[in-house]
Design a protein around this ligand. Structure first.
Ligand code: 6PG
Length: 271
């Protein structure tokens, strides 16, 4: 087993481990510079982690007014929709802790996807104090912790196979939903940090951070559970590197660390 993979006995133990990682990362960042910048994951898996973080045992260990909250991606739905990643995090965690309203930077899924991608990139650039150019790897100018999930097709955030947006120094294509594609720049100064993507599988527009800004993070933690993910976990971690097919393999912070937190079911196919 690789040293960046931790297997937990159950979903509950996984939620505890993820909550502990969050608390540790927050404590280190706030201790060092008085601020913690986190990008929350969407989907259903992280909900148990957010529920755990809202419990006093964990919530009392985070200086919430010093936390800046971003999202790794959002579905283009209203913020009250049960499909909204913001709604899930708000219900499970943010409504239960003293995070400052002005520090909760949700992606406006209700707005035009392409316009929101441009707007949210400015929000992220503001939080990371980098108005222009490539992401910096200095603490305070990068996300301290990015939480990610893993789809059964190898996607993460809204970086989907074949129509993966660019980043990580590789040219990519941004599916515009009508079959058209727009080549987007590689990981240079002009690379986009946020893109709008049409997710064919769910016929839904999404707005996502790109690998360029995720790979500048200090730490990325994948939280994966359930036997349905065992095969894709093995392909992503133990299989050949085919990032165009398995976008989760695009995630490789140049000056940060990736951790995989798996429950036993999701890790069952690993060598
Ligand atoms: C989303 C997430 C997506 C998710 C995976 C896993 O908006 O859905 O960003 O990348 O993490 O699809 O989803 P589950 O946790 O629901 O299995």
């Amino acid at each position: 087993m690789r040293d960046d993979v931790e297997v937990l006995a159950s979903v509950d133990a996984l939620a505890d481990a993820a909550a502990r990682r969050f608390v540790a990362a927050a404590g280190a960042a706030i201790g060092a510079r008085g601020e913690f910048i986190v990008a929350l994951a969407g989907g259903s898996t992280p909900r148990s982690t957010y529920d755990r973080l809202a419990e006093p045992q964990y919530s009392s260990s985070v200086d919430w007014p010093r936390v800046q909250v971003l999202w790794g991606d959002e579905r283009c739905v209203n913020p009250e929709s049960p499909k909204s990643n913001y709604a899930m995090a708000r219900e499970a965690l943010l409504d239960h802790v003293r995070v400052r309203k002005e520090n909760v930077h949700r992606i406006h899924g209700e707005d035009d996807p392409a316009a929101e991608a441009i707007a949210y990139e400015q929000v992220v650039r503001g939080v990371l104090k980098t108005p222009a150019g490539a992401p910096r790897r200095a603490n305070g100018a990068r996300i301290d912790l990015v939480l990610l999930g893993l789809g059964e097709d190898g996607h993460t955030a809204s970086l989907f196979p074949a129509s993966t947006v660019a980043g990580g120094g590789e040219r990519g294509l941004n599916a515009l939903g009508n079959g058209a594609h727009r080549a987007v720049a590689s990981g240079g100064d002009d690379a986009r940090w946020v893109e709008a993507v049409f997710a064919r599988a769910t016929a839904m527009w999404r707005v996502t951070l790109t690998p360029v800004v995720i790979n500048a993070a200090a730490e990325v933690v994948f939280i994966v559970s359930g036997d349905a993910k065992a095969a894709i976990v093995r392909r992503v971690l133990d299989g050949p590197r085919v990032p165009h097919e398995l976008p989760a393999q695009l995630i490789a912070p140049a000056a940060g660390r990736v951790r995989w937190l798996l429950d036993a079911a999701a890790a069952a196919a690993l060598s």
